[in-house]
Ligand binder design. Structure first.
Ligand SMILES: [Zn+2]
Length: 629
């Protein structure tokens, strides 16, 4: 830990005028997250990890009341200036779409009332300079007409709102999305985190004033200081020394908490910093520093009137292709290809990315709205798991899918698809997650171009990882409110499967199969008028040259460089594909109109070596046609 502290200190230039913590006290003992202190400092809002219960603690009496416990009200609730509580709930509606609505809880009466009607898409609770706004796509609510500025983000756009007018900009350019936009106390600047790019401070017109290292949940301390949490490690499978720090706008930083505390989720009221320490303990620290005030107006934005929109009915899906870059945690596994004589590198981050991008393109063609957590496969695309779940929640999607492949990690090899959702097996924390898992597993298991050793399996992550701690589970699902799951599509440490995963079309097929499963979950029919033909060509005369585990047809060598044609009933050749040189024998034919066909298989140049099978292609489905000769 000493070495770690030295490392942290080395990374950070010291703040000239330090911020000192003069005292700390514990506000809640354990299991409390996303704390919010009321403006007068007497009340504390917090949630449990699952967002299923939103609680209010009176700090003078110690009394805790439940504000709401239906529809995942927990995260991102806010106090209005009058001490009322504003929060959002969600429920599954027509066609498994998620509808979100806004509420106001009055501590004086102990009652909640709905202030924003249910709508599809994102709904955010936002703090304005003197009020609270609840912003959805179709409609929005404000505590007051004149409540000063507030900011919010959608994908890679920043919106600054002032009453009935707003401005739109994209200060950090395109990325997986912006998060945590807040207006500075003086009302002249906005801070926001741009996924994979860092923390940006801009003026109200969106001109970048400062670009700082990536940070999670940044909050303004004053016009010259921002407090944030490290955006690495939080949400990881195990705590690894998250901490809070304060940064000046020119990037001088100072630690505010000991990494041993694993501090996360800062919020500031006046000179008080409230945050969550290890185990969900909420603490309050009183700070002392020289306050910076900077009310200099920046460039004036292009104000437009706030448009009246209609919430889009299109189903929204958030995709998270697991890992990122070509680092040691991207599961690099080099292997020798007998066909090419090369040592080929396999990275899980590559196949996850190919599957995810394929799924995005297919879903968009099918009329879905899609967000994805990365557009590339570089180290900086490997977002913190907490940031991914924040992007997902904030996207207002109807469904979350994390795409991975699996490894036994031991000498014994297996191959089957595995689905994990948050909760106990059979008792998902978010309704709908188990239905999604069943649809997806059925369609992955239906892939006959691979060799499965077992049927697919579905678990709640609390059941699956009993040694990680009670209700710990997967980091990317921990603070995720979307119905969804993590898919381990197959086992990349089973060598024959790794050879298949290096084929782009094989990854595309998994994306396609996800899309058909997603259609099924949302009850969407007729999304694609064409079908897909896929198969594997094996050489029954030759044993596989590879050592190690071989299951089923993988005991034979795959045929490289084989051409596969699709022939119609008139005997015309329509489309063709060729198996690659990486010993997997895989081929794929896309965009095939429904109907009767003959699949013809020809070894390179040798017309005499013909194999053929008659198949029927259905729309929005995969027809499997393997050859072994
Ligand atoms: Zn993985």
């Amino acid at each position: 830990m000493i070495a770690f502290m030295a490392l942290v200190a080395g990374m950070m230039a010291a703040v000239a005028q330090p911020v000192t913590v003069t005292s700390t006290r514990v506000l809640v003992d354990s299991c409390a997250y996303f704390p919010q202190l009321s403006a007068d400092g007497t009340q504390l809002l917090f949630s449990n990890t699952e967002a299923s219960v939103l609680s209010l603690k009176d700090l003078s009496t110690g009394r805790v009341t439940t504000v709401a416990d239906q529809g995942l009200p927990g995260f991102d609730a806010r106090f209005g200036p009058d001490g009322k509580v504003y929060y959002v709930t969600q429920r599954l509606g027509k066609g498994n779409r998620v509808y979100r609505e806004g509420h106001c809880y009055n501590p004086a009466t102990g009652r909640s009332e709905r202030v924003l009607k249910p709508q599809h898409g994102p709904v955010d609770v936002l703090t304005a300079q003197q009020g609270v706004a609840i912003v959805g796509t179709a409609d929005r609510f404000a505590t007051d007409k004149q409540m000063g500025l507030y900011a919010y983000t959608r994908r890679s756009q920043l919106f600054v709102v002032d009453g009935d007018r707003q401005s739109v900009s994209s200060p950090a350019g395109e990325c997986a999305g912006y998060l945590w936009a807040t207006v500075s106390p003086g009302g002249t600047m906005v801070a926001l985190e741009a996924a994979g790019k860092g923390l940006f401070v801009c003026d109200l017109a969106g001109n970048v004033l400062h670009r700082l290292p990536a940070a999670s949940m940044p909050v303004w301390l004053d016009d010259g200081h921002i407090i944030a949490m490290t955006n690495t490690n939080f949400g990881a499978q195990r705590d690894k020394g998250t901490y809070l720090y304060v940064t000046t706008l020119d990037g001088q930083t100072q630690l505010l908490t000991d990494p041993e505390e694993h501090a996360v989720q800062p919020m500031v009221v006046g000179d008080r910093l409230v945050y969550v320490a290890d185990g969900g303990q909420v603490k309050e620290a009183t700070l002392q520093w020289t306050r910076v005030e900077n009310a200099r107006p920046g460039a004036q934005p292009q104000w437009q009137s706030v448009p009246r929109e209609k919430a889009s009915d299109a189903v929204r899906v958030f995709i998270n292709p697991g890992h990122g870059g070509h680092d040691s945690n991207d599961r690099p596994t080099p292997y020798y290809s007998h066909a090419t004589g090369d040592t080929t590198a396999y990275y899980e981050s590559d196949s996850n990315f190919k599957k995810g991008m394929a799924l995005k393109q297919i879903l968009e063609a099918k009329g879905y709205e899609v967000e994805i957590s990365r557009y590339d496969n570089k180290t900086e695309d490997d977002l913190d798991l907490f940031e991914i779940s924040a992007l997902a929640n904030h996207s207002g999607a109807d469904m979350f899918l994390a795409i991975h492949s699996n490894a036994t990690g031991i000498e014994r090899k297996l191959n089957f698809p595995l689905a994990l959702y948050r909760g106990w097996s059979g008792e998902p924390c978010v309704a709908g997650s188990d239905s999604i898992a069943r649809c997806i597993m059925r369609h992955l298991e239906g892939n006959h171009t691979t060799v499965w050793t077992h049927p697919s399996r579905i678990y709640g992550d609390w059941t699956f990882y009993p040694n990680w701690g009670y209700k710990t589970g997967l980091g990317v699902l921990r603070y995720n409110k979307l119905p969804g799951m993590l898919s381990e599509g197959s086992f990349h440490d089973y060598l024959a499967e790794r050879r298949r995963l290096n084929n782009d079309d094989f990854c595309w097929l998994e994306g396609w199969n996800f899309s058909v499963a997603i259609d099924e979950y949302f009850g969407r029919k007729g999304t694609c008028a064409t079908g897909v033909v896929a198969g594997r060509v094996t050489d029954l005369m030759t044993d596989s040259p590879y050592e190690g585990y071989k299951f089923g047809p993988d005991i034979w060598q795959a045929r490289n460089g084989v051409t596969v044609y699709l022939e119609n009933q008139q005997g015309e050749w329509l489309v063709s594909a060729m198996t690659d040189g990486m010993d997997n024998g895989f081929y794929l034919l896309r965009d095939v109109k429904p109907g009767q066909y003959r699949v013809v298989c020809i070894d390179g140049g040798d017309d005499s070596r013909r194999e053929m099978r008659d198949i029927y292609v259905r729309p929005n489905a995969t027809t499997y046609c393997n050859f072994a000769y």
